[in-house]
Write a protein that binds this ligand. Structure first.
Ligand code: SF4
Length: 343
């Protein structure tokens, strides 16, 4: 996570030169070996009993001009039954953030189905939301699509903690998933965010038909960032009827465990977030993800517009774990260990 001055605290042994073959070799290790190694790295860099709870709200829903094959909010997927909602007003958003905080959330993430940020009344409203959430003492994250340097600066000035912009998948598989925005566009947006000292929240989705090499390739791009993204959401596809991926079978939960563990090994100090798809994991599979290095989960009964895990069950899970609140404050001082390597 990013320190108050916007710099990232990563120790000198953190690697940025992983090859896809090395990462694939880690990903393909026997599961118990992989989870064991990931857990050891996790414990060196994080409080193993801390799980940060984040809440995610769709502040503007549907009608998005992008064609992301997994997303029910795309205007391209006309068979999806989804009502389009205009941008919410800041007071309502901040009130929902306060409710999420009272339920235990430490981070409040806001998503707008836009291709890009446009200056004007709506962006001003988003800035007011960010200021309001920060005034509650919560971390604030937004995902608004592509943005310009002056817009990133205004978000930073409003106190934004992190900007979410996912890679989604590998550079090689990306054209099978999105055609309206290039991988280069994404990397440019991420560089714009970083240039203003805002933490990056950047991860991807598995279960879209990609290969294990694609998964390793996506992690290779993420781990190539210096510093690593402070936050790495790992999503499993939630197939939504009417989208091009609506008929895909849900992945085996152990594939998610593998992906979490490999992300932990390659990005030791990042917050790895169990994101979409968690509702389909039983309690034991979620616990295995936390053992493998996940240290955050999205809390609340919807995740943008798809169903999330039941909050009562989540509270029981966290209690059973004896989990403490997470986030940057839970991170111990950097150690002087070398990181895990493939082989
Ligand atoms: S840019 Fe975001 S909201 Fe728009 S279609 Fe893609 S994932 Fe959905």
């Amino acid at each position: 996570m990013t320190a108050a001055d916007g710099t990232s605290r990563q120790d000198s042994t953190t690697r940025h030169d992983w090859t896809t073959d090395e990462i694939l070799a880690l990903h393909e290790l026997p599961l118990l070996e992989l989870v064991g190694r990931a857990n050891a790295v996790h414990r060196r860099h994080h409080d193993p009993n801390a799980v940060q709870r984040a809440s995610l709200l769709s502040i503007k829903t549907g009608g998005c001009p992008e064609d992301c094959a997994y997303c029910p909010q795309s205007a391209f997927h006309r068979e999806v039954e989804l009502s389009r909602d205009r941008l919410m007003d800041p007071d309502s958003v901040v009130a929902l953030a306060a409710t999420a905080k009272a339920a235990g959330a430490e981070r409040f993430c806001m998503g707008a189905a836009w291709r890009q940020v446009r200056d004007g009344r709506e962006f001003d409203a988003v800035l007011a939301m960010v200021r309001g959430v920060r005034a509650l003492g919560m971390e604030a994250c937004v995902t608004l699509g592509m943005l310009q340097p002056h817009q990133a600066r205004r978000l930073a000035e409003a106190g934004l903690t992190a900007y979410n912009h996912n890679l989604d998948t590998s550079p090689e598989y990306y054209p099978s998933i999105i055609t309206t925005r290039t991988y280069e566009d994404r990397l440019k947006t991420l560089a714009t965010v970083r240039a203003e000292g805002i933490a990056l929240c950047c991860g991807g989705i598995i279960g879209m038909g990609e290969t294990a090499r694609d998964r390793a390739s996506m992690l290779q791009v993420l781990a190539g960032f210096a510093p690593h993204p402070e936050s790495v959401p790992i999503n499993a596809l939630v197939p939504v009827p009417g989208t091009p991926l609506g008929k895909r079978r849900r992945i085996d939960p152990l594939e998610l465990v593998r992906m979490v563990a490999t992300a932990r090994l390659t990005m030791p100090r990042s917050i790895v977030r169990l994101s979409a798809g968690r509702a389909n994991l039983n309690r034991e599979a979620q616990i295995l993800c936390f053992v493998a290095g996940a240290n955050s989960m999205f809390y609340g009964e919807t995740l943008l517009i798809t169903p999330n895990a039941d909050t009562g069950e989540d509270a029981a899970l966290l209690q059973a774990l004896g989990a403490r609140p997470g986030g940057d404050g839970a991170r111990p001082a950097p150690p002087a260990h070398a990181e895990a390597r493939a082989g």
